[in-house]
Write a protein that binds this ligand. Sequence first.
Ligand code: NAD
Length: 296
Amino acid sequence: MTKRIVFTGGSGKAGRDVIPYLLDRGHDVLNLDLVALDHPGVNTLITDLTDSGQVFNAMSMHFGMDRYEDGKLPEAPDAVVHFAAIPRVMITPDNVTYQTNVISTYNVIEAAMKLGVRKVIIASSETTYGVCFAEGDRDFHAFPLEEDYDVDPLDSYGLSKVCNEKTARAFALRFGADIYALRIGNVISPDDYAKFPAFLADPPSRKRNAWSYIDARDLGQIVDLCLKKDGLGFEVFNATNDTITANEKTVDFLKKYAPNTPITREMGDYEAPLSNRKIREVLGFEEQHDWRKYVK
Ligand SMILES: NC(=O)c1ccc[n+]([C@@H]2O[C@H](COP(=O)([O-])OP(=O)(O)OC[C@H]3O[C@@H](n4cnc5c(N)ncnc54)[C@H](O)[C@@H]3O)[C@@H](O)[C@H]2O)c1
C-alpha cells in the first residue's frame, strides 16, 4: 500500500537516493529540511526540526500547492521517516551535534505520536558500535556486530544516536506504535564506488566502518520494507549490504585485521561484519547493489 510520508533531511546524501526509491514505489513524500531538495514531485518545507512548534506545524500541512484544489484540509501523514541530523562529528561543536540530533529526534517522534502517526523510521548509525569515532584504535567487542550489542560510543554523535534509540523506544511503548531505528552503515552513493579500490588496498582504513557499507538505493529498499512491516513495536535494525568490503573471506580477514576480537557465531563466507541478517530474515531485504557489480 502506498503511503503519505513526511521525510526529514531528505535533501542530504542518503535522502537524495532514498526519496526517489520511495516515489518509484508510489509513495507521496513531503520533505522537511533546512535546504530544498531539487526533485520533481517533492515539496520541501524549510523547517528547523530543533523547534517543536515548526515540527508540529509542518507535519500538519499540505504536501504541495496542488492539494489546495480539492478543498480538503490536510491530515497527519501515514508515516514519518526521520533522517535529518548533523551526520558526524567535526561539522559543528560536539555539544551542538548532540543537542541538534537529540532535540530534533525528540521533536519529530513526539509530534508524530501526538498527531496519531503509527509508523516512524529513524536513522541511527553504525557509530553506536563505538569504533567509528573512537579516540585511537579501538576494538569491537565481538563479531558479527548484531543488534543486541552493548553499544558504547565515546563521541557526541554516536551518543546522540544511542539516546535517540532510547527516545524511540519510550514513545513506541507509550503510544503502542511502531518505531524502527536503522543502524545505518557507511552510506555509499553510486559515485562513491570509485573509492573502493583505495578501500581494498588499505584494509585498516575501513575498520571504523567495520568493513561494511550500505548502498543508498538499497537503503531505500530497507526504508520501504520498514514502511510495509507493521506490528513490531520498537525495533533496531542494522542497515547494511550483505558482504564485507574485502576480497578475502570474512573469518580469515577478521582473524588477520582484528585479531583481538572474538567471532561469536558461524559467519557466511563473505558476510558483512556489521551483519544485516536481521533485515534479511525479518523484513525480507534482498540487496540489489553488491559493490562487486561496480568495482572491477
Ligand atoms: N552518511 C552516512 O554514511 C551515514 C551513516 C550512518 C548514519 N547516517 C545517518 O543517516 C541520516 C542521513 O545522513 P546523510 O549522510 O544523508 O546526512 P546529510 O548531512 O547529507 O543530510 C542530513 C540533512 O539533514 C538536514 N538537517 C540538519 N539539521 C537539521 C535541522 N535542524 N532541521 C532540518 N533539517 C536539518 C540537513 O540540511 C541535511 O540535508 C543522518 O541521520 C545520519 O546521521 C549517515
